[in-house]
Design a protein around this ligand. Structure first.
Ligand code: WTA
Length: 654
């Protein structure tokens, strides 16, 4: 977010109450807040019973005796896929469309709930035949195609654990995720469509498995791109051979509510991504509850579209599990917003009559830049609720979103949450809340948020502080895969004491005089680039893995389009200095980062420098580099070991 908009965020006083018409037709129920306040845990237990079908009902809602690892609904049993599929068919909604899929190249497919259920049963049979059962890990590396949803649900149906890896991650990133999770099976595609071209995926899987030491026994390949692929006989299998021929009968077994559902890797403050672990009953309860109430879902009439890739948490919770648990009809789109023309998203909204639209501020800002004449060419009058996620939305973008996309009337819900929280934590409810641009506003019913000062005491509005979740919640992460100590250290060590556990989110926030929460961005070394989390340390270690590089420091610099952008400062080894021109070195290093992590991590700028600003104890002062990267006056340099370094760096960049 451009830093000058922080000021405008702090002084926002425009308010937008729901229109009487919207409020009258909304499912909004103000008593949710009262019921949750009266008994938080009982409230969630009621939601779990109302929103889900249990094979064995639970008797205890929350067991916090193993804090900070929670158990929700632990003696209950359910099947997550059954809750997303079979029960809707049994309730007579088999003909309702679950997915309207639109490929980037113009291919389309639609699945009713009955068809999707059948497809998932077949996939579950095929995957089980490959030896996958409860607790086994399956890596999924697919484009946004129906098979991605089918694969996730088939794995869940077997009580196995999926680890979806975003298709934009490199072979290297995929390898480390497969290895960390010890995956037995990889599900991928030959390739997918992006920006008018087929990008290969199977090649990256081959690369990730090349050293032959992996735990992977089989690779199941969906034919999508029709690009040529290498084939390892015995290991590789075509999806259409295995799945299409499998039986359409499959009885869903109930698993305990705490059975692991998925691992999803996310960037932290150290170089190694963390495998965030989510389980079944609590997760599904909260994503179903929030999807229904935050988006005011009317499953019989709404057409919902969340533009996230299934490789991110938003895709897990608000493309796959929340909408399908609620029996919603949704759009799934494979490609980029501007292919083959800049109005593609709006054309899709018009074509399917989308009523609820959930996207990221970075996308909205890029549409603003392209101009309102592009959406104006399409009929967007079906839209009635708009959502935002991934980073703070600046008031200018909020107002544009409402006026240009939402006809000046659609409510916008700005939803704050994280991979770790599993589901939405802070958001308006559109039929109840007076909306305020730039603010995520209030915790959803049943969630307890506090803003604390550095010393752990609550700050009084309007002071700013650090955002914590003060009570356990159903969709909270249950750990970091294989690293219980890092779990406690990362999230719980900062503010917990005397047996009172407080989850530290890593975000700064401020409460305004109305009691609304305004998010101010990360307070750690995690960057937010186009709504994607990237770690400075991870990119630094990618840079120093290049033989040219002696040292590297990475900062997130404010960027109008992407919120933050990756800016790197690199020292080249003395014996490499003459090997390349500066331009060549910069180009090579940008490509190296993309190859190590993925194109999303490619630095916007790399500055070749001869020194980095360090304290006397040798710590790099990123704050000063950020000043340089954002073109600001350089801040206090008195703690530097050599205070002339910054003059040298900034002179060089002029
Ligand atoms: C940021 C994405 C402000 C925040 C669901 C958080 C937001 C990180 C918002 C999590 C929002 C997400 N307003 N900031 N509405 N939503 N964030 O794990 O910094 O990819 O910690 O989850 O995104 O990113 P993640």
């Amino acid at each position: 977010m451009p830093s000058n908009s922080i000021d405008s965020l702090l002084h926002e006083d425009r308010q937008f109450p729901p229109s009487p018409e919207f409020a009258a037709n909304s499912i909004a129920d103000p008593s949710l807040y009262e019921r949750a306040a009266a008994s938080r845990v009982e409230f969630w237990a009621d939601q779990a019973r109302e929103l889900l079908d249990w094979e064995t009902p639970f008797t205890t809602a929350l067991d916090w005796s193993g804090a900070p690892v929670a158990k929700w609904f632990a003696d209950g049993r359910l099947n997550v896929a059954y809750n997303c599929l079979d029960r809707h068919v049994l309730a007579g909604h088999g003909e309702r469309i679950a997915l309207h899929w639109e490929g980037e190249n113009g291919d389309t497919a639609s699945y009713s709930y009955a068809e999707l259920t059948r497809a998932v049963k077949q996939a579950a049979n095929a995957i089980a035949a490959l030896g996958v059962g409860q607790g086994d890990r399956v890596a999924i590396y697919l484009p946004v195609i129906p098979e991605a949803v089918i694969a996730m649900l088939a794995v869940a149906r077997l009580g196995a654990v999926h680890s979806v890896v975003f298709g934009g991650f490199s072979s290297e990133s995929l390898r480390s995720r497969i290895d960390d999770a010890g995956a037995k099976l990889v599900i991928t595609a030959d390739g997918g469509w992006r920006k008018g071209k087929v990008f290969p995926l199977k090649d990256a899987v081959d690369g990730a498995l090349a050293n032959g030491t992996s735990t992977v026994e089989h690779v199941l390949v969906v034919r999508r791109g029709h690009n040529e692929v290498q084939w390892t006989v015995g290991r590789d299998l075509w999806w259409h051979d295995e799945v299409a021929t499998a039986s359409t009968e499959h009885e869903a077994e109930g698993f305990e509510a705490e059975n692991p559902l998925f691992i999803l890797y996310t960037s932290g403050t150290t170089g190694k991504p963390k495998g965030i672990l989510h389980t079944s009953g609590g997760y599904l309860t909260q994503v179903a509850f929030t999807h229904r109430n935050v988006f005011d879902l009317h499953p019989e009439t709404d057409v919902y579209w969340c533009t996230a890739d299934v490789g991110w948490i938003t895709g897990h919770s608000y493309v796959v599990y929340g909408p399908l648990a609620n029996g919603a009809t949704q759009v799934l789109y494979e490609g980029t917003p501007d292919t083959p023309h800049p109005g593609r998203w709006w054309e899709i909204i018009q074509k399917y009559g989308v009523t609820i639209f959930y996207t990221a501020p970075t996308a909205i800002r890029s549409f603003m830049k392209a101009g309102r004449q592009i959406p104006a060419q399409f009929d967007l009058s079906s839209l009635r609720v708009l959502g935002s996620v991934g980073e703070p939305i600046n008031p200018e973008a909020w107002i544009w979103y409402r006026d240009v996309i939402g006809a000046g009337t659609a409510p916008i819900v700005d939803t704050w949450w994280q991979t770790e929280t599993g589901g939405i934590m802070i958001s308006a409810l559109p039929g109840i809340t007076n909306l305020k641009p730039g603010s995520a506003q209030v915790p959803i019913p049943g969630i307890k948020i506090d803003i604390l000062g550095e010393d752990g005491t609550r700050v009084d509005p309007p002071a700013g502080g650090l955002l914590v979740v003060s009570e356990p919640w159903p969709s909270m992460l249950r750990g970091i895969w294989g690293d219980p100590e890092r779990f406690v250290e990362t999230y719980w060590s900062r503010f917990s004491k005397d047996g009172v556990w407080k989850y530290f989110a890593g975000d700064g926030a401020h409460v305004d005089s109305d009691g609304d929460i305004v998010l101010l961005g990360r307070v750690d070394d995690v960057m937010n680039v186009s709504g994607h989390r990237l770690s400075t340390a991870e990119i630094e270690s990618a840079l120093v893995s290049n033989p040219m590089v002696a040292e590297a420091a990475v900062v997130g610099a404010a960027d109008e389009a992407t919120g933050q952008a990756v800016v790197a400062f690199v020292i080249i080894k003395t014996n490499q200095k003459d090997a390349h021109t500066t331009d060549e070195a910069v180009a090579l290093l940008k490509a190296h980062v993309a190859q190590q992590i993925g194109a999303i991590a490619r630095p916007r700028q790399i500055f070749i420098v001869s020194e980095l600003p360090k304290t006397r104890s040798g710590k790099i002062m990123r704050r000063l580099l950020q000043d340089v990267a954002e073109g600001r006056e350089i801040g206090d340099t008195t703690t530097l070991a050599d205070s002339s370094v910054m003059t040298v760096i900034s002179d060089k960049l002029k």
